[in-house]
Design a protein around this ligand. Structure first.
Ligand code: NAD
Length: 484
């Protein structure tokens, strides 16, 4: 099986190769087979990409918003028209089953293109009357934006960053994760086909050092990172040095609180979606499942039964519901957390081992019960199909324990008592919350984290503030009142 792209990079409207860059091997996680060999961007290529973006951005910003929007909408249509091919590519790159990549990854990227195309022409300033004089404000693009992606949602992340950037008149240089470098190159091709002028969306490949070189360049106005908290700290600090805008979409250890009066099947289904979708490799996953004591036994029994029925296997098979983890590194990390959970006394309810399938990086859907707040499993982001179930008695206790973490990405509450649901959500320290739902992130809603989980918001109207800046223009209408 091969998925070799035309070249490693896409710069100024064309595929570009430079084999002097270090090799990046693209591995199919379901078998360990090498799908493609790419090269990291050299300093000369990074410079070319930034120069192209800086050159192209001015003319792009000068277009009417409806003209920019038309191109983004065409790109959204192309993504939908190539849906099956793109889903397969994402499955090869990430190991996620087709059942997911057909409906979640590129489709949510297309939604972002369509949404920001619609929003672009509505972005306006305001007029502030001052009696005789007045001020008007303009919302201007930032300039050249750098996007740096994680490997868990590569196509979605590339679209969620580039769509608002481009819609509001910016240019972007995007560096995908070195683990999943393929889909961003397809997105660049699609943008070109849709009529995006050269230089506005460039893709350079590489590991952390390439990201580092991008964010410290003087031509860059903004950095949007999706990644882990430790990487976020480094990137934020480097961006601060150059006084650049940032959006930080980072990790989490989000609480999902299930009260006794929750609908049992909904609670179980949500907990499974919040831990096993994408083999648990979702930033906003509800990995600390707080279950009120009256619901606990029924919850665990149903959860075990449904978890053991999950069809794990070849992600290209239509029937497969769960695929492998993305890489050997991730597999080792997740197995390490499972061993630690066992050693620290968590009770294994189901799973807890590798699944031996075609030398892929498969882990069984795993549930631990009787997890306590001090266990590693309750404190650190695992990023694998490992659910921690914790018991609680009272609402106040659940809220306090849910908030006792450095993270603040997401949170969920299941209860039949709507008053309680809103009261609890009002006290949860998380950027994105769900009531009787979990992990639904339509582009219409702002998404992002509090505390160590991030800065800024993607999607929704909130994204306007993160890809534009305000210019304030004072207009003097009369004689200058000079004191001298
Ligand atoms: P990572 O932090 O290892 O890498 C993220 C990206 O940063 C990669 O492209 C990497 O090459 C780059 N990078 C690494 N060091 C860098 C440096 N010093 N300077 C510039 N760039 C650098 O994360 P990952 O393992 O790819 O992804 C998983 C993490 O992403 C998890 O923590 C997950 O929670 C998080 N995530 C967050 C969101 C969100 O929206 N909040 C979404 C998806 C994933």
């Amino acid at each position: 099986m091969k998925a070799q792209p035309t070249a490693s990079h896409f710069i100024d409207g064309a595929f570009v190769e430079d084999t002097s860059g270090a090799v990046i091997e693209v591995i199919y996680p379901a078998t360990g087979a090498v799908l493609a060999r790419l090269h990291e961007a050299t300093p000369a290529l990074i410079d070319r990409a930034l120069a192209a973006a800086a050159r192209a951005q001015g003319d792009w910003a000068a277009l009417r918003p409806v003209e920019r929007a038309r191109i983004l909408r065409r790109a959204a249509d192309l993504i939908r028209a190539h849906g099956e091919e793109l889903a397969r590519l994402e499955t090869l790159d990430t190991g996620k089953p087709l059942q997911e990549t057909r409906v979640a990854d590129w489709p949510s990227g297309a939604d972002a293109l369509e949404y920001f195309a619609g929003l672009a022409p509505t972005v306006t300033g305001e007029t502030i009357p001052l009696g005789r004089d007045f001020i008007y404000t303009l919302r201007e693009p930032l300039g050249v934006c750098v996007g740096i992606g994680a490997w868990n949602y590569p196509s979605q992340i590339a679209c969620w960053k580039s769509a608002p950037a481009l819609a509001f008149g910016n240019a972007m240089v995007f560096k995908p994760s070195e683990v999943t470098p393929l889909s961003a190159l397809r997105l660049a091709e699609i943008y070109m086909q849709a009529g995006l002028p050269p230089g506005l969306f460039n893709v350079v490949q590489g590991r952390g050092a390439v990201g580092g070189a991008l964010i410290t360049d003087a031509r860059v106005a903004k950095v949007s990172l999706t990644g882990s908290v430790p990487t976020g700290r480094k990137v934020y600090a480097a961006a601060a040095e150059g006084m650049r805008y940032v959006t930080m979409e980072l990790g989490g250890k989000s609480p999902l609180i299930l009260f006794d009066d929750a609908n049992l099947d909904d609670a179980v289904g949500a907990a499974m979606m919040a831990n096993f979708y994408s083999s648990g490799q979702v930033c906003s996953n509800g990995t600390r499942v707080f279950v009120q004591k009256g619901l606990k036994d029924a919850f665990l029994a149903r959860l075990k039964e449904r978890s053991e029925a999950i069809r794990l296997g070849d992600p290209l098979e239509e029937a497969t519901q769960m695929g492998p983890l993305v890489s050997q590194t991730q597999l080792d990390k997740v197995m390490g957390y499972i061993d630690t959970a066992k050693r620290e006394g968590a009770r294994l309810v189901t799973g807890g081992a590798r699944a031996d399938l075609n030398s892929g990086y498969f882990v069984q859907p795993t549930v631990f019960a009787d997890v306590t707040d001090d266990m590693t499993l309750a404190r650190e982001e695992v990023f694998g199909p490992v659910m921690a179930v914790l018991d609680f008695d009272t609402e106040a206790e659940a809220i306090a324990r849910a908030n006792a973490t450095e993270f603040g990405l997401a949170a969920g509450v299941f209860t039949a008592d709507l008053t309680r649901a809103h009261r609890v959500v009002g006290q949860l320290q998380a950027g994105t919350c769900w009531i009787n739902a979990y992990n639904l992130t339509p582009v219409e809603g702002p998404f992002g984290g509090n505390k160590a989980s991030g800065v800024g918001r993607e999607n929704g109207h909130a994204a306007v503030q993160h890809y534009t800046q305000v210019k304030s223009v004072y207009v003097g209408m009369g004689p200058v009142d000079a004191s001298f």
